[in-house]
Design a protein around this ligand. Structure first.
Ligand SMILES: Cc1ncc(COP(=O)(O)O)c(C=O)c1O
Length: 399
């Protein structure tokens, strides 16, 4: 039979952190041990999903066996609304909330309901690549604003203002940020909200890591200070609640003047098209958000120690420098070595040492700069082994 052609629209869909895995598997096949520091999946390491989330699903077996409401169960939606109100996004009710298959599905449906060919939303550069991948798929235009490495990866507010055009529909914010680990300051956030308001566009804020903060860093949810500027917030139980495999996420709107009404209806239409989110997970979301939060203290303490080690070890390597991550579990060090591209650097590092990180090209960066993203989830022993290898590789190759 002749080969079936995939749609043209899939040609430009990339997701570097997953695309790199088959290459690592080839290296593994040749007999080399691979240290996977490419994917932000805590469950690959010494973390477990809080037990009460499993229990909530098991205790509701009968209710969880069928389809649930396309927008999620009332219980899960109320739990999200309550979480939003507690975080300062006042006035959110379950009618503003939609439960999705991880935050990923929320992001995909939000973009699908928004972008016509040729239109754009401003996305950070570097960014978590689901945004650019899906915008490419939708034949939208990629329109990126820079995060300033010299300013702890804060968004470049002037660049945002400059890049808005008549086809811009929203500004995407990711804080705490993947891949840089930065947390946006209140001042920067307020400036961006003001710009959005002045241009009649809305804020799309990805707050997936909002509980994973170091050094008593303050996190301000966009919806808590946006007043009349419309905000759509997405998050999930994947990271804060250590349950990426459950695929439980959500979005909610904060929209006092109803500017998002038609848009939200369109997202709802898409949610009905896929019948609904995973039913058992509704109970896990409810248990996660309403139940004990004890795991968070231990989780953040563990991550902060691993962050400290990562920051120290990376900056000790000649030719590598790293801004201190303030949240999430990623670092995005800069490579200041005579390399052609960071993709080549990362692939060669993998071949030579078995350490798998993700090349900066996969997230975006300023022209002429090179980076890689490293996940600091593993135990200190594994991290030290990886850093010894990276250090040894750089010394051998470049000194
Ligand atoms: C910034 C950001 N947003 C969204 C997601 C989606 O995660 P999930 O679909 O597991 O909720 C991720 C996952 O790594 C992420 O880093």
């Amino acid at each position: 039979m002749k080969k079936i052609a995939p749609s043209k629209r899939t040609e430009n869909v990339r997701h570097a952190l997953r695309d790199i895995v088959p290459i690592a598997q080839q290296v593994e096949k040749k007999g080399k041990k691979v240290i996977y520091l490419n994917i932000g999946d805590p469950m690959k390491f010494d973390y477990r999903t809080p037990e009460h989330m499993w229990k909530a699903m098991m205790d509701n077996k009968k209710e969880a066996e069928g389809y649930c409401n396309a927008l999620g169960t009332d219980g899960a939606r109320k739990a999200v609304a309550n979480y939003a109100n507690k975080s300062g996004a006042k006035g959110i009710t379950m009618d503003d909330v939609m439960v999705t298959g991880g935050g990923s599905e929320a992001i995909l449906m939000s973009l699908q309901a928004l972008i016509n060919p040729g239109e754009n939303v401003l996305t950070p550069c570097p960014t978590y690549s689901i945004y650019t991948g899906e915008i490419n798929f939708l034949e939208g235009k990629i329109n990126e604003y820079y995060l300033n490495e010299e300013k702890n990866w804060q968004p470049d507010v002037d660049d945002i203002e400059k890049k808005i055009n008549e086809k811009t529909k929203a500004i995407v914010l990711i804080s705490p940020n993947n891949p840089t680990g930065s947390v946006m300051t209140k001042k920067t956030l307020q400036q961006i909200i003001d710009i959005a308001g002045a241009h009649d566009i809305f804020i799309y804020t990805d707050e997936t890591y909002d509980q994973l903060l170091f050094d008593d860093e303050e996190f301000i949810p966009a919806a808590s200070i946006a007043k009349d500027v419309p905000v759509v917030t997405t998050s999930s139980i994947s990271k804060n609640y250590l349950a990426p495999g459950f695929r439980g996420g959500w979005l909610y709107k904060h929209d006092p003047q109803g500017a998002l009404d038609d848009y939200f209806e369109a997202i709802k239409k898409l949610s009905r098209l896929r019948l609904g989110p995973v039913s058992p997970v509704q109970f896990a979301i409810e248990a996660a958000l309403n139940g004990p939060q004890d795991h968070l203290k231990e989780l953040v303490e563990k991550l902060q120690k691993r962050r400290d080690l990562t920051y120290k070890r990376l900056n000790e390597i000649n030719g590598i420098s790293c801004v201190k991550p303030k949240g999430a579990f990623y670092a995005y060090p800069s490579i200041e070595l005579p390399i052609k591209s960071d993709k080549e650097f990362v692939l060669d590092l993998l071949e030579e040492t078995g350490v798998l990180v993700v090349y900066g090209e996969g997230f975006g960066q300023k022209p002429g700069t090179h980076h890689f993203r490293i996940v600091f989830l593993p135990q200190e022993e594994t991290l030290n082994e990886a850093f010894d290898k990276i250090e040894g590789y750089v010394k051998k190759k470049y000194s």
